[in-house]
Design a protein around this ligand. Structure first.
Ligand code: ADP
Ligand code: MG
Length: 628
């Protein structure tokens, strides 16, 4: 019985994110940050990865510009426009989510845009064209990230997990959820940022106990103490400083630069340029020991200012030390000591500063976990959570599931070439290259089978499809890459692609679990019983296939270049061909192979002469195409 299900659109690329079956839900995790936002998804191998924008950047500045002429600009482009339209550019909108005007004013959060009080005193954002709620601004960011993910995943999103700080109250959470809905997302869940970071490190599979999550971002510092019991994280205590982050490091560097060049009141334009320079200097100093900046002022004078890491560390030492107080307080609130911790996780771009890392180590008395990119870790954890909630994967299943039977394709002579072996952990993907069998062959039939036996007829047929449009080439010249992918649900997608032209076809196959346990067992038992017999059959088939290939190649050669042989030679070659054909009609694979070797030997000199002729043709400047 042949089962053939919906043909999937053959994708052009095999990037892991793009490879997914029709049956897998397209879900993402979104880190909606104060300064940067990211989107991530779990690939077919079960690994979460951030999705970059077309320029290759994964972090989208959480900045939205509403230019006076209309429109909405999000991310890096909005940062560029902010110099021109400071009052129409909204940054750090997260600080206003679910807050009243009074709350925001009390927080001393300074904005370049105007604020007003709306219904119930809730904050509104006023630009020259708009009167916006923070929810609308956040939705604009979410929409940008969702569109980026849809491009990468090849279709509309079916759900998203969005992260929020652990301390967010109900109003702030509700506002975040509304923003998701406004962006057209189905919000599967809001997850605490520290919990997402813990998930990214797989701590939910680790030892039960208490963990500290140290998150130093662009404008905020958060410390969270979590307790893991039975795979669930409980927030024991949170703390931090909502006005402390990497921006303050930048600020110290700016002050230093302006002091060096003796500028007290920089123009907004110069201020923005110097701020950007400060940020990049800071980020470079995480790797390099010293950086020299070239600062050109409006009077045309250029200043070269060197900064060493040591000097930078002196500038920020008090800021870094200030994070220690909330850490100790949070531990106290949670009722644990630093010694009782199972682990410490670094989150936030500013934890890349070596001095910060060292400080965290000193405060908690242990090396913090830092293998994952600290500014991606929240988004990665959110993606894992989304994957689990969508039913694409449930924690353990991801690790324990295997393919129950081998999967392969039919090759010449009704043989099975196994591509994914039985018991391979899923999700999994493997490719194998095949070639054409005949000169000028323009199509290739792909027959997908499942089972342990050597011959197609003894396996279960899953699907058939055809790769068409292969350019005519000599037998063996085309390279056709067949890729098998089994997703976490056991769903198989097979694609075939001719590598020189990029022509591709693919098909999604019924779940390999369509077979009941009893049937799987029967197929396995048969494979064992018939092992020896199958082997002989396989050898015979292989010998016949090879014989046919050599016969067909020799025939073509005679047709093209038969004039290179004299009458005697021609007779001998033809006799050997006949002998091989006769042998191939019998059941003895060894006899067939002997006859084939004889023909091979008979035609060595013929092949040499053909090669000479071809070389001469090329030398006389004819196109290769002319004799194909
Ligand atoms: P958010 O506050 O939105 O959570 P992030 O966690 O992405 O933001 O942190 C952003 C901050 O991290 C910025 O101040 C940025 O300059 C800083 N940062 C990013 N990379 C580095 C680096 N290599 N060295 C020092 N700081 C960095
Ligand atoms: Mg963050």
């Amino acid at each position: 019985m042949t089962v053939l299900l919906d043909i999937a659109e053959p994708g052009q690329s095999l990037r892991p994110h793009e490879v997914r079956s029709e049956h897998r839900k397209r879900v993402v995790g979104i880190d909606l940050g104060t300064t940067f936002s990211l989107v991530a998804a779990v690939d077919l191998q079960g690994k979460p990865a951030c999705i970059p924008d077309p320029a290759g950047h994964v972090a989208c500045p959480s900045v939205v510009c509403y230019p006076p002429k209309g429109g909405v600009v999000v991310g890096d482009a909005a940062v560029v426009l902010s110099a021109q339209f400071p009052a129409d550019t909204v940054a750090s909108v997260k600080r206003t989510m679910g807050r009243s005007l009074e709350d925001v004013q009390a927080s001393e959060h300074r904005t370049s845009y105007a604020l007003a009080a709306g219904d119930g005193g809730m904050v509104r954002i006023i630009t020259s064209q708009n009167n916006l709620s923070p929810v609308e601004v956040s939705a604009a960011i979410l929409k940008t990230l969702a569109e980026r993910a849809e491009d990468a995943l090849g279709g509309a999103l079916q759900g998203a997990v969005i992260t929020v700080p652990a301390y967010f109250d109900d109003a702030q959470r509700q506002a975040t959820k509304d923003a998701g809905r406004l962006a057209g997302l189905e919000v599967l869940r809001l997850v605490n940022e520290p919990t997402a970071a813990a998930l990214a490190y797989g701590l939910d599979h680790g030892r039960e106990g208490v963990y500290a999550i140290y998150d130093l971002g662009g404008g905020t510092f958060d410390i969270s103490i979590l307790r893991l019991t039975k795979g669930v994280f409980q927030v024991l205590a949170t703390g931090g400083d909502s006005a402390l982050g990497g921006d303050d490091f930048d600020h110290r560097l700016c002050e230093f630069f302006f002091q060096k060049v003796g500028v007290e009141k920089p123009t907004p334009d110069v201020l923005q340029r110097v701020r950007q320079m400060a940020r990049s200097t800071k980020e470079r100093l995480s790797q390099e020991d010293s950086v020299t900046i070239a600062l050109e002022l409006s009077d045309g004078k250029t200043w070269e200012i060197p900064v060493t890491r040591t000097h930078f560390e002196e500038m920020i030492a008090d800021l870094v030390r200030a994070t220690g107080i909330p850490c100790r307080r949070a531990l106290k609130d949670a009722g644990v000591g630093a010694k009782d911790l199972q682990g410490v996780v670094l989150v936030g771009g500013s934890t890349r500063v070596p001095m910060v890392r060292q400080f965290v180590k000193d405060v908690f008395g242990r090396e913090p976990l830092s293998d994952l990119d600290p500014d991606q870790v929240v988004a990665l954890g959110a993606a894992i959570q989304a994957e689990q909630l969508s039913g694409n994967a449930t924690g353990d299943m991801l690790l324990l599931d295997v393919t129950p039977l081998s999967l392969g394709i039919e090759t010449m002579g009704e043989l099975v070439e196994k591509i994914i072996a039985r018991n391979a952990p899923i999700p999994t993907a493997r490719s194998q290259d095949f070639t054409t069998f005949k000169d000028g062959q323009t199509a290739m039939a792909i027959h997908v089978v499942q089972g342990e036996r050597e011959l197609v007829n003894d396996c279960r047929s899953l699907a058939r499809f055809e790769l068409r449009g292969i350019p005519p080439m000599t037998a063996g010249a085309a390279r056709i890459r067949v890729t098998f992918q089994v997703d976490a649900d056991g769903l198989l997608t097979v694609s075939a692609r001719e590598e020189t032209t990029g022509i591709e076809q693919s098909v999604a196959v019924k779940p390999s679990y369509g077979l009941g346990d009893a049937e799987i067992e029967r197929l396995l038992r048969e494979a064992m019983v018939h092992g020896e017999e199958d082997w002989k059959k396989r050898l015979l088939h292989e010998a016949r296939v090879e014989a046919e290939r050599v016969l067909s190649a020799s025939g073509a050669a005679l047709r093209e270049d038969g004039d290179l042989l004299d009458e005697m030679e021609l007779k001998r070659v033809k006799a050997s061909m006949l002998a091989l054909w006769e042998a191939s009609q019998k059941e003895d694979h060894e006899a067939i192979n002997r006859a084939r070797e004889t023909l091979d030997k008979e035609t060595v000199f013929f092949a040499e002469r053909r090669m000479d002729r071809n070389v001469r043709r090329v030398m006389t400047g004819r196109k290769v195409d002319d004799f194909q």
